[in-house]
Design a protein around this ligand. Structure first.
Ligand code: HEM
Ligand code: NAG
Ligand code: NAG
Length: 329
């Protein structure tokens, strides 16, 4: 009897081993909608293409949205939910308030998909696809997006405030926040390359221009002639929301100029510049990507897949929302 039991147990262990393995390495698959909504990937791409044709910056905004979603409870579309009587929206957090954008484009994609195949494609997957499409449309690398995420029925304002790195966090704090999500220094440097496109508000880097360490001195790791160009539209006070390009050389093109800027002390955010001033490992990676666009593109694609795999809701967890800004009834 005991012997039969152990044989059964052994057999079931073998039978379930591949399942356990696939769950551990991520249960998402690029083919997830191949049968249930074969046009899903194409529909997302066409709406994103229209939005980016209207406004190039939208590519950057959609790429960032996926990041700000994934770092809070995983890639579960929690960032898209509006506040209700019982839920406080992540849209109010420090990193998102007056800053996160692209919500209408996600909603437009969702409504196109609801017409094609109702309640099939998650809002979390829409953001992952839109991030890839945005990268490609601005000249960056492509990758197959693993799919099958489901949408959260809750959000976390504190998670959004605490888990998403701030531009004035130290290098160590930023790296720790990445490590808490299972990402490493290679992912940190490659994904920071997203700042090759898009904008920042004055308020996100003002400290560097006037009072970096609380002693009334600027950040001398910032090229002072570049700083002088930034100051007129980013004064000591006022102009908080004024916009500046993150990569002043090729602001609309996804390329490795961001890394070249860092080596010239012309990274806009403190969190950009610390990649060359605070860690030897990180500096070496910046040099590598500045010299080798292909290496940057290859790693960026890999790291985006890794970021997109952060604790997705799968199986019977969560739901497929009908409208991305609201939970289903
Ligand atoms: C490493 C830590 C990071 C920090 C501290 C950081 C911080 C910031 C800040 C402060 C802005 C400007 C926001 C504003 O002023 O409104 C910004 C913009 C942006 N970030 Fe990051 N970021 C980081 C990593 C990432 C990652 C991993 C991605 C994507 C994978 C990303 C994508 C972007 C994009 C595309 C923009 C421009 C958005 C737009 O123009 O709408 N960032 N980031
Ligand atoms: C970082 O910026 C925030 C918001 O402007 C500010 O409250 C905080 O004091 C800054 N932290 C450091 C270490 O400078
Ligand atoms: C710089 O910041 C420190 C601490 O945040 C503050 O006490 C000081 O007054 C500021 N100095 C200037 C010149 O703004």
């Amino acid at each position: 009897m005991a012997q039969t039991m152990s044989i059964v147990m052994l057999l079931s262990l073998i039978a379930f081993a591949p399942l356990a393995f696939s769950q551990k390495t991520g249960s998402l698959s690029p083919k997830f909608y191949d049968r249930s909504c074969p046009k899903a990937v194409e529909i997302v791409k066409s709406v994103v293409a229209n939005a980016v044709a209207k406004e190039t910056r939208m590519a950057a905004s959609l790429l960032r949205l996926h990041f700000h979603d994934c770092f809070v409870k995983g890639c579960d579309a929690s960032i898209l939910l509006d506040s209700t009587g019982t839920l406080i929206s992540e849209k109010r957090s420090n990193p998102n308030r007056n800053s996160a954008r692209g919500f209408e484009v996600i909603e437009q994609i969702k409504s196109a998909l609801e017409k094609e195949c109702p309640q099939t494609v998650s809002c979390a997957d829409i953001m992952a696809l839109a991030a890839r499409d945005s990268t490609v449309l601005t000249g960056g690398p492509s990758w197959e997006v693993p799919l099958g995420r489901r949408d959260a029925r809750d959000a976390s304002l504190s998670g959004s405030n605490n888990n998403i790195p701030a531009p004035n966090n130290t290098f160590q704090t930023i790296l720790t926040k990445f490590k808490l999500k299972g990402l490493n220094v290679v992912d940190l440097v490659a994904l920071s390359g997203s700042h090759t496109i898009g904008n920042s508000r004055c308020t996100s880097f003002r400290q560097r221009l006037y009072n970096q360490s609380g002693n009334g001195q600027p950040d001398y790791a910032l090229d002072q002639s570049y700083a002088a160009q930034l100051k007129p539209r980013c004064p000591r006070s006022g102009g908080d929301q004024n916009l500046f390009v993150l990569d002043f050389v090729t602001p609309l093109k996804f390329d490795n100029n961001y890394f070249k800027n860092l080596l010239a002390s012309k990274g806009l955010l403190n969190s950009d510049q610390v990649l060359v001033t605070k860690s030897e490992a990180s500096l070496e990676l910046v040099k590598k990507y500045a010299n080798d666009n292909k290496a940057f593109f290859e790693q960026f694609a890999k790291s985006m897949i890794r970021m997109g795999n952060i604790t997705p809701l799968t199986g019977s967890k969560g739901e497929i929302r009908k409208i991305c800004r609201k939970m289903n009834k």
